[in-house]
Design a protein around this ligand. Structure first.
Ligand code: AMP
Length: 927
């Protein structure tokens, strides 16, 4: 390599390293960089700019001329290695010029600069060296730029994420925790992933501005004067409510204007208010010893609706007609609070009504009643007597209240002693008590009366062992009061009173009936709860009823057959094991090996098949599950559903024979051919899957495990839905391990949350399959864990468009991932949409940089001209259509000079295009 100055296209002088030993064989020329520190990078990118002479344009060169060079690296902690052995360098890649070669145009040299980027993982040492190996090309290295990628510092959901170096592998994600911006707090731990391209992915969680602050372009700004924000979860600053103000920035609450108040329970968003004015127009109506008080609400309610009233009752000395203010100095000695025996209906405090009946007052007594009005801010305002109104009145004369308790002692066969308490409200001096009693059996047909001044009496002349009923009433100057309630006592057979006797028989009666009532209540509760549970059961049953369309073929669940063998023989053909020829193992299934082989059924041509067998030592349940897949598959007949050829059940091992799919499962197939298909080819695969799924949904079959790994691909790139096992396994296993068996990344939220598996949840999975296909088998949500995936879904995050994904396709994916399952498209709508896209490929235009398309490789191989693969691709012939433009002159120019090769190429291209057009018309898209 020599360091040489040359002129670039714009005639600016540049320094280059050049080598051009094209005439001598066995070249091995090395050029090495200085040590490059990696500074924490894990994957570095090397961008090389160079020019390269086309060997054909060099006069007199032989086969020794090359058109590539090799890029190497060597990791090292040593920044000054003077000699590094060739063998300690690791090869990154062989670099060829892109489509542009150095050409010699009529006398004038035109330089074409190539730019190639390679990336390499450097994780083991502090730095590395790069080296360029020439093996006989004519190259000028113009520049080498070495860089790594970071996800730049960013603020998302009010959390700051630092500048982050991307991971070591192209598919690895670096999990980064964000920190809340100033004046904000965590709502949920903020997290994001830094992708290999330097793009931030999947923001989860975030922060909220503190009280007094609101979000403004990624930061938290204080609320300005006159505004406030009370809680961090409030959406923004709000104007101070009426009668309040804030005088400083960043207020969390507004202060009330003077004379206005806020109750403890008032939210900060509520206006400041005032206590009510006094109640109005208090009137009283006295009826013996009770009073009805009525008033009108206050004139001013203070801006609130929680006015309530309380009543103060004062008993005043006879002759005091002026209302004495309690606690107001002179006269206060004249009034005292009424005792606790006064009754207020509906109550004395916390009244919402404006009418109260006060009863059980003393007869002929002076009372003062004060009605206070309150509301939520009365206490805060310290409001006093200003909000009350009062009335003074005198009760009428009244008879005493009833005696409330009678006791019997000294019971004998003919006598007992009665004693009772004075009535609660005698309403005057008691002049006399009257006792009325009778035999219980006699009712009141004949009774006796006794009168006494004292509160006891001895009753004699009674019959033995007889129940008597007693009532007592008192008399004052105002007359007799009411009789007491009945009290029952029984005489006994003893001639003399027993010490310690005196159990109230009424109490006994009550306790016995109490036990009975309890029993009755529990019996009623039991009956009602039984009825309830029965009701919910019948409702559940009816919800599970399926609505079947008459006339449409419906899939039959093989598990509804009592005998699994009956199902299998109804839906699958028994194959004689001698007609199967097993060739090799191609995969591992849940129940054992999967092999490929040939099947020759009499009268039919031999076909390739896949053979799944059930490994020895299986249980009854395993046998049932294994054969159930065949019983399900055997009911389907569609070009995009894997076809069942038959089963072997009469001898061991049991086998399921299906058509053979040469390219295996779709996910692995795509990963193997990363970037090698046109968008139309990818959409064609998706169309096949959608068509198969439409067929399944028309048959009312819910797949539950639609994923690229469960799609098989044959040699014509036709995709077929397979794997009909999971659906049953889940239902058999309702509680245990349920979630662990759900393929979370592919499953709709309602199916994860409450097992609502429907065709709409299959549509969700189909959207994920679309994403897998367009990203060539990338793992959905990369290496995020399942919990984060579920959380991200709940927060509305959806997978971004894969690289080079046409917008329409990503939009269709997003439609499949609608949270509401009714809003997702049906498979029939998806199919229509894909057909439309295939008919108008213009709508799909986004070209991925295609190196050597897979279809081209296969095709060139089939016509025996694979050797021109790279030449054609490098010259821009990356599809069969583009080959239509090939002419003999053009091929001469490209170096395809054998005349028979030129002829084969031109003829085969025309033939292939013709057959493709016919194929498209017949099978691909119904136009
Ligand atoms: P399965 O038990 O259906 O998941 O099959 C296990 C593996 O065997 C699959 O991932 C495929 O690679 C392969 N396989 C299954 N069926 C077929 C088939 N019909 N044709 C080709 N390969 C198959």
């Amino acid at each position: 390599w020599e360091e040489v100055s040359i002129m670039d296209e714009k005639n600016v002088p540049i320094r280059t390293y050049q080598v051009c030993n094209v005439l001598e064989p066995n070249q091995n020329n090395w050029l090495r960089t200085d040590w490059i520190p990696r500074s924490g990078a894990q994957r570095v990118y090397v961008e090389v700019k160079f020019t390269l002479r086309d060997c054909n344009s060099l006069p007199g060169v032989t086969g020794t001329c090359k058109e590539t060079f090799n890029l190497y690296y060597h990791e090292s902690n040593e920044d000054r290695e003077s000699y590094i052995k060739e063998s300690s360098f690791i090869k990154v890649d062989t670099v060829a010029a892109d489509e542009s070669f150095t050409q010699v145009d009529v006398g004038d040299r035109i330089m074409k600069l190539n730019t190639e980027v390679r990336d390499v993982k450097v994780t083991t040492r502090k730095g590395f060296y790069l080296a360029f190996q020439d093996v006989g090309a004519c190259i000028a290295l113009v520049s080498v730029r070495v860089f790594y990628k970071t996800c730049p510092l960013t603020i998302r959901n009010l959390a700051t994420f630092p500048d982050t170096v991307t991971g070591a592998d192209t598919s690895s994600l670096v999990e980064v925790r964000g920190s809340c911006v100033n004046q904000s707090e965590e709502r949920e731990e903020p997290k994001m992933y830094c992708g290999a391209d330097g793009e931030w992915l999947v923001p989860i969680g975030g922060c909220l501005c503190n009280p007094g602050y609101q979000e403004k372009s990624g930061t938290c700004k204080a609320c300005s004067v006159g505004f406030y924000k009370a809680k961090s979860s409030d959406p923004g600053c709000s104007k101070c409510p009426p009668h309040s103000h804030s005088v400083r920035d960043g207020a969390t609450v507004c202060d009330c204007h003077s004379g206005f108040f806020r109750a403890d329970s008032d939210p900060p968003s509520m206006a400041c208010t005032q206590p009510p004015s006094a109640p109005q127009q208090l009137i009283s109506v006295v009826n013996e010893t009770s009073v009805v008080l009525e008033w009108a609400p206050p004139r001013r309610l203070g801006g609130r609706s929680d006015t309530s009233y309380s009543l103060e009752c004062l008993i005043c000395q006879t002759g005091s007609h002026n209302y004495p203010r309690p606690g107001s100095g002179s006269g206060s000695h004249l009034c005292l609070p009424c005792g606790s025996d006064v009754l207020f209906s509906p109550g004395q405090t916390g009244l919402k009504t404006t009418r109260v009946v006060v009863s059980e007052l003393r007869a002929h007594t002076h009372y003062t009643f004060i009605v206070h009005a309150h509301n939520g801010v009365s206490q805060a305002s310290g409001a006093g007597a200003a909000q009350s109104v009062s009335v003074t009145l005198t009760t009428n004369q009244a008879a005493p209240s009833p005696v409330s308790f009678i006791q019997a002692t000294d019971v004998t066969r003919h006598s007992l002693s009665l004693a009772w308490q004075q009535p609660d409200r005698p309403n005057g001096v008691i002049l006399e008590y009257e006792v009325k009693f009778y035999e219980k059996d006699q009712r009141e047909r004949s009774y006796r009366i006794m009168r006494t001044f004292s509160r006891s009496v001895d009753v004699t002349g009674l019959n033995p062992l007889t129940v008597y009923v007693f009532h007592v009433r008192a008399r004052t100057a105002a007359g007799y009061g009411e009789f007491s309630a009945p009290f029952e006592f029984s005489t006994n057979s003893d001639p003399f009173p027993l010490i310690g006797e005196g159990v109230n028989s009424a109490f006994l009666l009550l306790s016995i009936s109490g036990v009975g009532i309890l029993l009755l209540i529990s019996a009623a509760v039991f009956i009602i709860s039984r009825r309830r549970s029965k009701y919910s059961k019948t409702k559940q049953d009816s919800e599970e009823e399926k609505h079947l369309n008459p006339g449409v073929k419906i899939y039959v669940d093989p598990f509804t057959y009592e005998d699994p063998d009956q199902a299998i023989h109804e839906f699958a053909k028994e194959i004689d094991v001698s007609s199967i020829h097993i060739e090799r193992v191609i995969g591992m299934g849940e129940f054992g090996e999967v092999c490929s082989g040939r099947l020759r059924v009499q009268g039919k041509r031999e076909i390739y098949v896949a053979i799944k067998s059930l490994k020895a030592g299986y249980s009854d349940k395993q046998r049932r599950d294994f054969l159930s897949e065949a019983s399900i598959m055997g009911q389907f007949d569609h070009p995009n559903i894997i076809r069942l050829e038959g089963v072997v059940t009469r001898c061991k091992p049991l086998m399921i024979i299906t058509e053979y799919m040469e390219n295996g499962s779709l996910d692995a197939f795509l990963r193997k051919h990363d970037g090698q298909f046109t968008v139309i080819q990818l959409v064609g695969m998706l169309r096949g899957i959608a068509s198969g799924m439409k067929y399944l949904s028309d048959m009312s079959y819910v797949h539950r495990d639609l994923a690229a790994r469960n799609i098989l691909v044959n040699s014509n790139l036709v995709c077929k839905v397979s794997d009909f096992g999971l659906s049953r396994v889940l239902e058999d296993d309702p509680e245990a391990a349920y979630t662990t068996r759900i393929p979370i990344r592919w499953t709709a939220p309602e199916a994860i949350a409450y097992r609502k598996f429907t065709t709409a949840s299959d549509v969700w999975s189909y959207g994920i399959v679309m994403w897998e296909v367009v990203s060539y088998g990338e793992r959905p949500y990369w290496d995020m864990n399942n919990q984060d995936v579920i959380k991200a879904m709940e927060e509305g995050y959806r997978l971004p468009a894969p690289m080079d994904c046409p917008v329409v396709l990503h939009q269709l994916m997003l439609d499949c991932w609608e949270r509401e399952r009714a809003e997702r498209p049906t498979f029939s709508q998806i199919l229509n949409m894909l057909d439309k896209l295939i008919r108008n490929p213009g709508t799909l235009q986004t070209h991925r940089k295609t190196y050597i398309p897979w279809s081209m490789c296969v095709w060139l191989q089939s016509i025996g001209l694979e050797r021109y693969r790279d030449t054609l691709a490098a010259a821009g012939y990356t599809s069969l259509d583009s080959l239509l433009a090939l002419t003999h002159q053009e091929m001469d120019r490209l170096g395809i000079i054998t005349p028979s090769h030129q002829d084969i190429l031109i003829a085969s291209v025309q033939q292939e295009m013709l057959s493709q057009m016919q194929h498209m018309q017949h099978t691909m898209v119904p136009v």
